[in-house]
Design a protein around this ligand. Structure first.
Ligand SMILES: Cc1cc2nc3c(=O)[nH]c(=O)nc-3n(C[C@H](O)[C@H](O)[C@H](O)COP(=O)(O)O)c2cc1C
Length: 190
């Protein structure tokens, strides 16, 4: 507990990977994970660390294992409250999309649902799962497709998405979240 509190208050802000999955029986699931990071551009890889609940793999991990395909939705200011609603410890038959009043859309490059309201979505497959310790799994996800809503501004001649148009949210300690503050530009020395 002490380690968790130290780590999650010092490694901040953390991006939130909002993972949407379909179970083997077809039910829909959605849950946020902030032990989430970008680890490679080519191939485009992400890390997600997913724990167990009462010794049992969380629904998201179970579905990722069973289906091998899922989406990682980027959480922005407009979805912050709905994201929080999807983090409850619900039984496996609860559809968090419906619970949070979110629309379900279908990915193109993988067989998985995504959050229709999210302006940016990575369509992923399971690249590798690493057993880190009892009850902690590292999921490495590979994006096969990236969906971008036309509302996002892209700097001309680049693939940089303007942060002000995305308005991402980061997780801090406990129930704290960071919204987009002042963006500072600092060129690297040559
Ligand atoms: C912002 C946020 C970040 C979270 N990050 C993680 C995480 O990185 N790993 C984890 O195991 N649980 C994390 N949780 C808790 C899960 O979202 C929660 O256990 C959820 O119920 C799992 O859903 P599932 O059983 O449908 O997979 C986080 C919760 C919140 C609100």
């Amino acid at each position: 507990m002490g380690r968790y509190q130290l780590l999650t208050s010092l490694v901040v802000p953390r991006p939130i990977g909002w993972v949407s999955t379909r179970s083997a029986s077809g039910s829909l699931h959605l849950a946020p994970f902030s032990f989430f990071g970008a680890i490679s551009a080519t191939p485009m890889l992400f890390s997600l660390s997913i724990g167990t609940r009462n010794g049992v793999a969380k629904d998201s991990l179970q579905n990722i294992r069973e289906r091998g395909e899922f989406c990682i939705n980027v959480v922005t200011e407009s979805q912050l409250h709905q994201m929080n609603l999807t983090a409850g410890e619900y039984p496996p038959d609860v559809d968090e999309f419906a619970h949070a009043g979110l629309s379900v859309s279908e990915a193109e490059t993988v067989d998985a649902p995504y959050v229709g309201e999210c302006p940016a979505v990575f369509e992923c497959r399971l690249f590798k799962e690493v057993d880190l310790a009892p009850g902690v799994s590292l999921v490495i996800a590979e994006a096969l497709g990236v969906r971008l809503d036309p509302s996002l501004r892209i700097a001309e001649g680049t693939h940089f998405v303007a942060t002000e148009s995305l308005r991402p949210v980061g997780r801090l300690a406990g129930a704290e979240y960071a919204l987009l503050g002042e963006v500072m530009v600092l060129e690297r020395p040559r």
